[in-house]
Design a protein. Structure first.
Ligand code: AMP
Ligand code: MG
Length: 348
């Protein structure tokens, strides 16, 4: 298959290109498109065949459900049933934006899209290209991240091309994603609202609207059991190199990373370091990447997947990462780093 590649203005995309992409999706095709979080790989959410194609293109296990993207909150009425009051409250507070809500699915929503579950994940993205494409394609785009399963999520069209060129109908290039981490997922389908995946919309922000919100306990302690979001069970976001995160007082962490680098270099390994502006000068390796200032979680989060992919491009075999605060949005960044390294954490 030849993948068509089209560049658009991220704020006011060419309506002809959006119409063409919308038609591809309406006819059962797949189109990758930018959102404010990461690039999505979209198909018609109501076509079981389209969802099957998404799993095949990504090499994704078919029990890992897709997120249904809509263009206005009321559209959930066709995709879902028994919509709780909490849905409308959160939609009002955070949509359009990087929040996904899990509610009961409707009869009409195919199980292929929901990975066999009786619930459905719904999000209303703010990116103008995503919003326009959802409308042009009939209102319901099922989309996971547009990466090959197991690779870091794509935050630019170049990343999508690396993973999916020749496997999907079209890639819309609308520049890089401003947030750079996947949406927060909150489960509203039973009991207390529970965060299944941390993201830009934090626990504190959700609690301001809903009162008490729980965290899936496996987010902080992987040994606590099976994560409720199927996608959180797989080793995800993984670079090819062997990665460890070093947690502790800054000076001690830098010393420990340097001693690990010395060891790895002695074996002739190519090494990479993820650090911050404050510590950048302390390291020497094949690739030392500062993801910005220590206090700027948003900046670091926006960079992190591109950094992991760049390490793969450079053939980095050993990756040492500093840790960040787990307060607020920091929890989302650390969750992705933990998953990238398969929870190989060294406390210094
Ligand atoms: P991605 O868009 O690639 O980040 O993947 C979608 C994420 O949403 C995966 O982690 C899924 O497991 C999760 N998800 C989608 N639908 C549901 C659902 N009904 N219940 C729980 N998690 C879901
Ligand atoms: Mg994904």
């Amino acid at each position: 298959m030849i993948t068509r590649f089209a560049e658009v203005d991220p704020v006011s995309p060419d309506p002809k290109i959006i119409e063409e992409a919308g038609e591809l999706i309406r006819n059962g095709g797949l189109v990758a498109f930018p959102t404010e979080t990461v690039y999505g790989l979209g198909g018609d959410a109501f076509k079981a065949e389209s969802s099957k194609k998404i799993y095949a293109a990504k090499g994704r296990p078919s029990d890992n459900p897709l997120i249904v993207h809509i263009a206005d909150p009321e559209a959930a009425e066709k995709a879902a049933s028994d919509i709780p009051e909490t849905y409308w409250l959160l939609a009002d507070a955070f949509w359009p934006g990087p929040l996904t809500m899990i509610i009961k699915k409707s009869e009409a929503m195919p199980e292929e899209t929901t990975g066999g579950l009786d619930t459905v994940a719904i999000r209303l993205p703010s990116h103008p290209v995503a919003a326009a494409l959802i409308k042009a394609s009939g209102g319901y785009i099922a989309a996971p991240s547009a990466n090959a399963s197991g690779r870091p999520s794509p935050t630019s069209a170049k990343h999508v091309k690396e993973d999916l060129d020749g496997r999907i109908d079209m890639i819309i290039d609308g520049g890089s994603c401003s947030i750079g981490l996947e949406s927060t997922i909150v489960d509203l389908s039973s009991g207390k609202p529970q965060i299944l995946r941390p993201g830009f919309i934090t626990k504190e922000m959700l609690e301001d609207v809903l009162g008490e919100v729980e965290l899936d306990p496996t987010l902080l302690k992987p040994s606590a059991g099976r994560p409720k979001a199927p996608g959180m069970r797989y080793r995800h976001y993984a670079p090819q190199g062997e990665m460890h995160i070093y947690i502790g007082e800054q000076q001690a962490v830098s010393e420990r990373i340097n001693s690990e680098l010395d060891k790895a270099k002695a074996y002739g390994k190519r090494c990479g370091v993820i650090c911050t502006e404050e510590t950048r000068d302390k390291y020497e390796a094949d690739s030392v990447v500062s993801v910005g200032s220590r206090d700027d979680v948003k900046g670091a989060a926006a960079e992190i997947y591109a950094v992991l992919r760049d390490f793969d491009d450079k053939g980095i075999e050993v990756i040492c990462s500093e840790a960040f605060s787990e307060e607020g949005y920091g929890l989302a960044l650390m969750n992705r780093l933990y998953k990238a390294c398969g929870y190989q954490v060294v406390r210094v």
